[in-house]
Design a protein around this ligand. Sequence first.
Ligand SMILES: NC(=O)c1ccc[n+]([C@@H]2O[C@H](COP(=O)([O-])OP(=O)(O)OC[C@H]3O[C@@H](n4cnc5c(N)ncnc54)[C@H](OP(=O)(O)O)[C@@H]3O)[C@@H](O)[C@H]2O)c1
Length: 281
Amino acid sequence: MSSSGTVLVTGGTGTTGSRVARGLRDEGVAVRIATRKPNEADPEHVRFDWADPSTHAPVLEGVERVYLVAPIGVAAPEPMVEPFLAMALSAGVRRVVLLSSSAVDEGAPGPGALHRMVRRTVPEWTVLRPSWFMQNFLGDHPVGAGIRTSGEIVTATGQGRVAFVDPADIAAVAVRALADTVSHDTAHVITGPEPLSYADAAAVVSRVTGRKVRHRSVGVAELVSRLVSGGVPEEFATLLAGLDADIRDGGQEWVTTTVSDLTGRPARSFAEFVRAHRDHF
Ligand SMILES: NC(=O)c1ccc[n+]([C@@H]2O[C@H](COP(=O)([O-])OP(=O)(O)OC[C@H]3O[C@@H](n4cnc5c(N)ncnc54)[C@H](OP(=O)(O)O)[C@@H]3O)[C@@H](O)[C@H]2O)c1
């Protein structure tokens, strides 16, 4: 890509965006970090809020490519994203790399509608469809919070398995899609190396950290009410619990070679991830 082209990283302070920005910098690509709370001392930071259209045009000046993370926790993000995308294209953006999900097909509500929009309207496009993040086992995600507070992971996934993926591997794929000279013009399903049930994952955490962690599977309705009582809006809680049901029914057991195909190194295993983050548990 031309040395003058800047990549706008939306969600640039988040789990994938912060890693995408780091990877691009390492390749000498100029980045602009979009955030609602810019650090005034950081020249890469720009104020950007999906809910405040007055912040949209300024962040696009001189931008050639965009890493697109849709508004978080919004079941139908199209009304916010569509005008921004149109503005970006008329401001000279040629390439967009959209973060979606392995669980969401093109055209499905929410991220699937954005997938279709990007494929149809952006000259150079890639859609990233990662599996469930290993990072969910840390921090404030319900899985991580459950481990921290009670040593228990509660899902509606039964014995279903999913090939959890390290966000660092998602970011490495995103960096290729953003920085490669030739646009990928495809959707990449990105997974870790092996499907695991949450009981398998709990056993790995217990073995590696020495802290006893167990998995309890509940019904979809019970999971929705647990999420709602934890502050998740009901519409979004229903969507998340539906994704668990898909895992339970075997819909997310697939493993792809996207990480090794595009980065030349294998995807990180869940045990390696837990070892690397042992202190967080
Ligand atoms: N977790 C999973 O297992 C999983 C699996 C597949 C796909 N996904 C997808 O990944 C997405 C999350 O990506 P992520 O984990 O990289 O992000 P994240 O860590 O959840 O971070 C959210 C980012 O979005 C920014 N943000 C939040 N609200 C905003 C707003 N109103 N305007 C502008 N920026 C806003 C935040 O920036 P500031 O706070 O600095 O403004 C932050 O940088 C989800 O939407 C989901 O669809 C997740």
